[in-house]
Design a protein around this ligand. Structure first.
Ligand SMILES: *[C@@H]1O[C@H](CO)[C@@H](O)[C@H](O)[C@H]1NC(C)=O
Ligand SMILES: *[C@@H]1O[C@H](CO)[C@@H](O)[C@H](O)[C@H]1NC(C)=O
Ligand SMILES: *[C@@H]1O[C@H](CO)[C@@H](O)[C@H](O)[C@H]1NC(C)=O
Ligand SMILES: *[C@@H]1O[C@H](CO)[C@@H](O)[C@H](O)[C@H]1NC(C)=O
Ligand SMILES: *[C@@H]1O[C@H](CO)[C@@H](O)[C@H](O)[C@H]1NC(C)=O
Ligand SMILES: [Zn+2]
Length: 492
């Protein structure tokens, strides 16, 4: 390691990130590091000159002012940020980066687009570490996302947010109101990492859960002692592990003047409805809700659904997409009228709901309310034939999982479901591991049966066009699981 002259004779190091206690988060997620700790770990050893741990300092350019560094806005209101991905990334790595960028495209008017011939663009490469400049610097602007260690969604969004013009949240000019810096646990050589910046706070609140906030122990040189203490409540969670927070999104929208009705929902469960939207964005006729549950799969259930069918589902409708953008797989295509939408299960932890309505309609004619949470496994099956299985099939299922599987045929069709394998943990009363099949679209729909052990399951024919399968395993003992083929047939 090369020591700068300043450090010689006074050697002081931050405690290795690995040895720091994780926060006192209450859930099991506690053991995951916050985004900034992951970044510092990936940047340990980089030779790049970085300020505050991950900000590239351009020579001849002040690191603390971003006055004309915004990306330009086109006449149509969008802010195009061209990017190029290094050919060194694998296809999977490229799609992780694109998925993280797509959340900005969906929620804000900042649209990351593949670069064609633009002069100013983000040159995303796998250099050593995770780092970026603040704002647009002009020309090909390097943003490093090292393949090993920088491709978590939160890290990608953190670095990209720097490139849009954002500093670390605790550098805000008003941070002293919200946080104490415990200088006694920070090496003098790292004090610069806690500098305040004369930021424009956009009249938006300080955000402990910003993806741009350091965690408690950033740069701490003393094991067990935090470098930052939120106030007045020192136990408030700071830093974040997953990605943009709702306020991070509001800040991008405010900085770039995006007039869009979009919401990001990041709680473990929650609800969305048309009423808030109509009062918060009275002039907008369409709105998007991006749901991100950070693990497993989003489960979405419509509790109220009333869409005036005028215009044949072109003026008033709901669309649901199985991913972060309107180019993701469509789960629900232009639903209107007063149909009963089944329980929907996404293929990942991200799902997008779009609501479009005519201006001037009364809320009683066009409204919806939905709630979401997550499940460990399952899915939504809409192809006219296919196979549904227990999680992990052909391997045995694991303990303590809860799956929801919706098989959804078009109106006027029935579903035929035929089991070709069924071996669950032995249980006399089906109270340990079991499969519950409902003849309908909701957990409250009539039960076809509750099955366990190696029961013989007869071929099942649905009454309507939806079947719902719920699979539960308890905390011990498992088995091979199940496998069933289904196909749709016209209703008699
Ligand atoms: C950086 O890496 C070195 C060598 O692996 C290790 O000794 C040191 O503790 C690390 N520092 C931090 C802050 O993680
Ligand atoms: C941590 O940093 C402070 C302030 O620079 C210093 O006084 C203290 O001795 C350092 N502690 C360790 C364990 O290096
Ligand atoms: C939402 O999550 C909280 C906390 O885990 C839980 O107490 C509550 O029952 C959940 N609500 C719903 C509707 O699932
Ligand atoms: C099953 O679905 C595939 C693809 O959708 C289709 O090509 C095939 O004909 C279907 N088979 C039956 C038996 O319906
Ligand atoms: C169900 O599967 C079994 C075994 O694969 C097969 O013999 C039977 O014909 C199938 N029944 C239906 C109704 O598809
Ligand atoms: Zn940063």
């Amino acid at each position: 390691m090369v020591l700068s002259p300043l450090l010689i004779g006074c050697i002081c190091f931050p405690v290795a990130v690995d040895q720091l206690p994780s926060g006192n988060y209450e859930d099991e997620e506690a053991y995951h590091e916050d985004v900034f700790s992951q970044i510092l770990k990936s940047n340990n050893g980089t030779v790049k000159k970085l300020w505050q741990g991950d900000i590239a300092i351009e020579t001849g350019r002040s690191a603390t002012k971003c006055t004309s560094c915004l990306w330009p806005k086109s006449a149509d209101g969008t802010v195009r940020v061209p990017y190029r991905l290094s050919a060194d990334y694998s296809d999977n790595e490229k799609s992780s980066i694109r998925d993280a960028l797509l959340e900005f495209n969906t929620l804000t008017c900042v649209h990351f687009v593949e670069r064609s011939t633009e002069e100013d663009f983000l040159d995303i490469v796998s250099d050593s570490g995770c780092w970026s400049s603040i704002g647009r610097t002009g020309g090909a602007q390097t943003l490093s996302l090292m393949s090993s260690g920088c491709l978590a969604k939160g890290i990608i969004q953190h670095e990209v947010d720097h490139a849009l013009g954002f500093y670390h949240e605790q550098s805000r000019s008003d941070r002293d109101t919200y946080i104490d810096v415990l200088w006694q646990y920070i090496c003098e050589s790292d004090w610069g990492s806690f500098e305040m910046v004369d930021t424009d706070n956009l009249d938006l609140p300080y955000d402990y859960s910003s993806v741009m906030h350091y965690g408690w122990y950033a740069f701490s040189n003393t094991s067990g002692q935090p470098s930052l203490r939120p106030k007045p409540d020192p136990t408030a969670n700071i830093g974040q592990r997953y990605g943009l927070s709702p306020l991070d999104v509001s800040k991008v929208k405010e900085l770039y003047g995006c007039k869009l009705c979009t919401y990001l929902l990041t709680g473990v469960n929650g609800s969305l409805d048309s009423h808030n939207y109509m009062s918060e964005y009275p002039t907008e006729t369409s709105c998007l809700w991006l749901i991100r549950v950070n693990k497993n799969k989003v489960l979405l259930q419509f509790d109220t659904f009333r869409m005036s069918p005028s215009g044949g589902c072109t003026d008033n409708y709901i669309m649901v997409y199985d991913g972060p953008s309107r180019s993701s797989r469509v789960l629900v295509e232009r639903a209107c009228g007063s149909l009963e939408l089944p329980l929907l299960v996404a293929s990942s932890g991200v799902l997008l709901v779009e609501f479009v309505h005519q201006k001037g309609l009364r809320a009683s004619e066009t409204e919806f309310r939905a709630s979401y949470s997550s499940v460990d496994c399952g899915g939504t099956y809409r192809n006219d034939n296919g196979t549904v299985t227990s999680p992990g099939y052909p391997n045995p299922y694991t303990n303590l999982v809860h799956c929801m599987t919706t098989i959804w045929a078009p109106p006027g069709y029935q579903i035929i479901l035929n089991f070709t394998l069924f071996e669950l943990e032995y249980s006399f009363s089906c109270s340990y591991d079991y499969l519950l099949i409902h003849d309908g679209s909701q957990p409250s729909s009539p039960e076809v049966g509750r099955f366990c052990s190696d029961m013989e399951i007869p071929t099942i024919v649905s009454t309507g066009n939806v079947l719902l399968l719920q699979f539960y395993s308890d905390h011990w003992m498992n088995n091979l699981g199940y496998r069933a083929d289904y196909h749709f047939v016209p209703a008699l």
